[in-house]
Design a protein around this ligand. Structure first.
Ligand SMILES: [Zn+2]
Length: 236
């Protein structure tokens, strides 16, 4: 492993280390991936940097995933979780590589949106729609780069439609195509058929099982018992 500069150093190799880089180093060496830290700990480590919260947030632009209590219900309000490391911003040049958002042409952006049916692929909101939370905010669609682990083990970056709200919230998603294809292999024929129908409709439609369940759950107890008996008998 290459030697990391220390988060306590203010310079490295003759260069000044900025707050964002030192915050990244602190997360790496003091917190560690998967672990929780608090704002108080962060401020204690960087008493001179009044903007240190913001420096940590800025790391998200470089692929660092840092969840707050809004992203992860297990966290208390003052806690954050350092989920995964992003670009190694302490390496000269790395700090600039993350912002690819505007490198697409208008035609390319339209193509991505079209292929995604103009839906945010994270929350499902359509273009210019309101969210289900009763607020007045209307969605604005953006494009995100998604890291996809391919079946052959290589990594590819693919573009996906994402609304502005999900883009600021979600941190970096990774897709594991190999694992997904493996899970699909294990599906029973009925499950596979249901999934294929949802994919065709690009939304989750009611299949025979959901319809049966919908009727079953409204039945009186004796009738429920009769249906349950029939299902169980079929089983043995
Ligand atoms: Zn969304």
């Amino acid at each position: 492993m290459a030697l990391l500069p220390s988060w306590q150093d203010k310079t490295f190799g003759g260069k000044k280390l900025g707050g964002k880089i030192r915050a990244a180093l602190w997360l790496e060496s003091e917190v560690g991936e998967g672990n929780i830290f608090t704002k108080a700990q962060l401020r204690q480590a960087f008493p001179d940097d009044a903007q240190i919260d913001r420096r940590v947030r800025d790391l998200r632009d470089h692929g660092w995933r840092i969840d707050t209590s809004r992203d992860d219900l297990a966290l208390k309000q003052e806690e954050q979780r350092y989920v995964t490391k992003g670009a190694e911003v302490w390496i000269p040049g790395q700090a600039k590589t993350a912002k690819h958002k505007n490198s697409l042409t208008d035609a390319q952006r339209r193509k991505v949106w079209q292929d995604d049916n103009f839906l945010c692929r994270t929350c499902g909101v359509g273009v210019g729609e309101s969210y289900d939370d009763g607020g007045i905010e209307l969605s604005k669609l953006n494009i995100a780069r998604r890291e996809v682990l391919m079946p052959d083990g290589s990594t590819e970056f693919q573009y996906v439609t994402e609304c502005k709200r999900c883009g600021t919230r979600a941190g970096e998603h990774k897709a594991d195509l190999a694992e997904l294809l493996g899970t699909i292999e294990t599906l029973a024929p009925l499950e596979r058929k249901a999934l294929a129908a949802w994919m065709e409709a690009d939304r989750r439609t009611l299949g025979p099982l959901e319809k049966l369940w919908g009727v079953y759950r409204t039945l009186p107890a004796d009738s429920r018992a009769a249906v349950k008996q029939a299902v169980t008998d079929e089983d043995s």
